[in-house]
Design a binder for this molecule. Sequence first.
Ligand code: ADP
Ligand code: MG
Length: 698
Amino acid sequence: MEFLKTTIEYLKGVGPQRAETLNKEVRIFTFNDLLHYFPFRYVDRSIVHDIVDVPAIDTDVQLKGKITSVKEYGAARKKRLVAVLKDETFSIELIWFKGIKWVKPTLVVGKSYLVFGKANQFGSKWNIAHPDIDLVDAVKLIPGMLQPIYHSGEKLTSKGLNTRGFERIVSNLLTVSKGKISESLTPQLISEFKLTDRDTAFQDIHRPINSSALKNALFRLKFEELFFLQLAINKQKINTQRKSKGYVFSKVGVFFNQFYKTHLPFELTGAQKRVVKEIRKDLGSGLHMNRLLQGDVGSGKTLVAVLNILIAIDNDFQSCLMAPTEILATQHFHTVKELLNGMDINVKLLTGSSKKKERSVIHDELINGSISLLIGTHAVLEDVVKFKNLGLAIIDEQHRFGVAQRSKLWKKNTFPPHILVMTATPIPRTLAMTFYGDLDVSLIDEMPPGRKEIKTIHRFDTNRLKVFQFIEDEIKKGRQVYIVYPLIEESKTLDYKDLMDGYDSISRRFPLPEYRVSIVHGKMKSADKELEMQKFAKGETQIMVATTVIEVGVNVPNASVMIVESAEKFGLSQLHQLRGRVGRGAEQSFCVLMTSYKLSVDARARMETMVRTNDGFEIAEVDLRMRGPGDIMGTQQSGIIDLKLADLAKDNQLIILARDAAQKILKNDPDLTSTENLIIRKELIRQMKLKPNWSRIS
Ligand code: ADP
Ligand code: MG
């Protein structure tokens, strides 16, 4: 290990100048850093093209020929170096604009070279700019031999560190480090998962002799990455559980029982019952609850939240329920008020638009303990909001609350309150394991009975008249309709124009007095938004034209048609959320995705996925594959984990293997103190030091 900490400057072929560039450009400081600078792809160098066959498209080709001339043209910054390569079939120009002083001495007229790069055509002339070039004698063309390709850049290239330059210094490194790359996994793990040893894996990932060696090296190194990631996350979880004593909610008392017996409007689904049980167990355990509740839109998470709040109240603790938007918080407030109607429980709503006077009443009542449940937006997190005894915090639609905000909650009481995070965005299992590995996960995987599958249809804009007719027919049956327009930050003004134009044409097509059309968008005052929402909820208006402000949580069971305009502009999970606004009543519901005729491959795939399935998890998996984990979890959170080789979207099986392996080890040896685990303990500590964020995961 010590050897690998050697400063990169001291590697043969590097020196102080290149070292500085490596530091600055790619953050390579030590031997170890360079060892982890992996090729991003490999090319098969055993195939040689005839120059006459060079394809016109942008693909790599390998040529073999003699250099017939080497000339410099232009002066100073415009200088370029041109060499002509000739084989039996044709000739081609090799051009360099940078690093001329490195390259020129290596080109000797009359000698044979192997040349590798992408060819371009200029008029009748062909050339390859900045090719890799080697003397034929210096390269052994072994069938199946793979050449690594490394990321480089202008500054690196100007210092001779193009992909070939990297290949050379890495090769020097591998030569001196052979046998000095120490193992980081136990012999048990290595034999259980048939892993290549670490030393060989590093050799093979940089210099694979064939594709199976490469495959094994990748498997080994990806496993290692994921294993230590899972080890860190799961270790973190153990530590948090130990440190954070939780309030014990031992009683199931009057409020819970009263509600269960006389107020519960329907039988709980099996999944709801199971989840309530899981949560009750946490709350009674004496440990701090940190739980993620996942359930598709409409699966009945609100009721689960309410039952837990009642347990808190039964144990003389206050609760808060937070939602990401005012509309949603307000809606929760009304839903909960109605559910708890007739029970002696003080529930208050606090949002950005609460009046000063209301606020000060709320602040007082929180401090003196008369409020049992505070529902609100981010406003709840403000420092002026102080509780007498906050015991439970529930966060709805969590992906809009960052980690930092979660941690603010912790400070609202002597012990952190129990935390339940509810999300309707199904997070693929492997992502949840990684990003919420510190949380326990409960799943509502069953819909309340009697729900009809929503029918989803994709229509082009050219069919608009038919869609309008369909809307008319549904309204005649007594249903209500959402029409949603995209609102994308970058094209806000354009989007508002679309929304307003749409509103105008819908109002003309569905005129007063027969029809009433509501509109809700982000530029409206929240009181006005609220008023329109209420009108729609009460059935006073039949059509709701809106931006995605209605995306999450809104519940109007009589609304059975969701029209999404410019559906191609929405991501999959957003479309699924929007669709979840309908299908809440007994009627057959529909979702119509309107798009222009021209669609990108991705957009088409999104529409097809939506039409094919209603299953939120299936949609989430497709979404993950299409967008990658960073986009889904937000950059802020993906910064926690920097995986160099493993891919959270693609390496599902491996993530599960690594997680299970890490958990098994921690189960028997939670502090990794046994002699056999010393090796992984050392590596874990080393990695934790490199990634200070890890300790902030929860
Ligand atoms: P979400 O999980 O999307 O937040 P909600 O909690 O808003 O879902 O519930 C969706 C609808 O299903 C609500 O109208 C709610 O009253 C209803 N609901 C919840 N649980 C049940 C149940 N066990 N049986 C029947 N309807 C239920
Ligand atoms: Mg909800």
